[in-house]
Design a protein around this ligand. Structure first.
Ligand SMILES: NC(=O)c1ccc[n+]([C@@H]2O[C@H](COP(=O)([O-])OP(=O)(O)OC[C@H]3O[C@@H](n4cnc5c(N)ncnc54)[C@H](O)[C@@H]3O)[C@@H](O)[C@H]2O)c1
Length: 329
């Protein structure tokens, strides 16, 4: 359930401060928490900001602190932050004492339109992105669009990438209306669109898998470059969607729009053909690979679909992207 932004403070006031603990990161604690006066009575657990925190070590620290704070099966964990915090809050809540309630208060655009909605939780491992996780629906997703005032533009663009993906896959006649920066009404629209899909297919057996557009190749880019080149999740997905559009006969309007947007708004991918084998290997180990076959969610003109593709096609789409966009200095 997504509570309207106007109801966020009212909802927080109904929570019992003795039973509720906030999980947040240091940036959000400093820049955003003071904007939620209603959260001031709650105790909190604070982690380092950024993707590197989405790991088993941080999970161990959080679970230990949850125990030290006396949380029991009736306690509630609030994830206040971007997608890293909401993924971790959801995961820790889902495994602590076999599962307690979680509420998300997304503070990045990407978390408002995507990560906080739908109950997918997870952490990264040495062998891949989001390889350990659970499905655990939040009790509520609360938000205040005005907190985006402090979010750096680079992160706002990451949120736009996931929003655009949702519209392309679910509202193919409306993606042209979605331009950067998004209005508050558009943020609510994208969030509701994702929620509707999740309600139809919570466990991703069918249509929910459409939202993986760009993620089969994108997750491999992210795994390879996030530490070495500080590539952000949304940036990896932006290039992943472009590479995946080269896999099939994509609508030319769509391809040209995306090519142009990515080249003008997203840092260049540090890819070289020497990385290709590792990327193909990472994709084969991905959750979306079935019996060793790669699967891709693609926006066909006849409607979105998840289709198998062989490794050779993926290899040649990476070559085409290299020739067109990445080889030039
Ligand atoms: N569970 C899902 O369905 C799902 C979907 C999409 C993405 N994700 C995950 O989400 C993560 C990416 O999320 P993200 O892009 O929000 O990254 P993030 O959580 O790292 O947040 C981005 C940065 O912005 C800071 N920040 C957040 N809100 C702020 C604000 N209002 N003002 C100033 N700074 C602020 C954070 O401290 C962080 O440094 C990835 O790990 C990805 O896998 C999950």
């Amino acid at each position: 359930m997504i509570t309207r932004a106007s109801e966020t403070d009212e909802y927080i006031q109904t929570l019992d401060a003795n039973r509720t603990v906030i999980l947040t990161d240091h940036n959000v604690e400093q820049l955003v928490l003071p904007k939620f006066a209603a959260l001031s009575p709650f105790r909190r657990i604070c982690i380092a900001a950024g993707e590197a925190s989405k790991c088993q070590e941080t999970v161990n620290t959080i679970l230990h602190q949850m125990h030290q704070l006396g949380m029991d099966r009736n306690s509630i964990l609030i994830g206040l932050g971007g997608g890293v915090v909401t993924d971790l809050a959801g995961y820790c809540a889902s495994i602590y004492m076999r599962g307690i309630k979680v509420i998300h208060i997304p503070t990045s655009l990407l978390a408002m339109v995507d990560a906080a909605i739908g109950g997918k939780t997870g952490i990264n491992t040495a062998w891949g992105k989001n390889m350990v996780g659970t499905f655990h629906q939040p009790e509520a997703v609360l938000y205040k669009p005005e907190v985006l005032n402090t979010l750096p533009e680079r992160h706002l663009k990451c949120g736009f990438v996931e929003a655009w993906k949702t519209f392309v896959m679910c509202k193919p006649n409306e993606w042209r209306e979605l331009t950067f920066p998004l209005s508050e009404a558009q943020i609510a629209d994208v969030a509701q669109t994702k929620l509707k899909l999740v309600e139809e297919d919570f466990r991703e057996q069918n249509k929910r898998a459409w939202l993986n557009f760009g993620h089969t190749i994108g997750h491999a880019f992210e795994h390879l470059y996030h530490q070495s080149h500080h590539l952000l999740h949304g940036e990896a997905i932006a290039w992943g969607m472009l590479a995946e559009m080269y896999l099939f006969d994509a609508n030319q309007d769509l391809l040209l729009f995306w090519e142009n947007w990515v080249v003008n708004n997203i840092p260049k991918l540090p890819y070289t053909p020497l990385d290709k084998e590792r990327i193909l290997h990472l994709m084969q180990a991905d959750k979306k690979s079935k019996d060793g076959t790669l699967h891709f969610a693609l926006p066909y003109e006849s409607g979105s679909a998840v289709v198998p593709q062989n490794v050779e096609s993926v290899s040649s789409s990476l070559d085409r992207m290299w020739k067109k966009h990445l080889s030039k200095a």
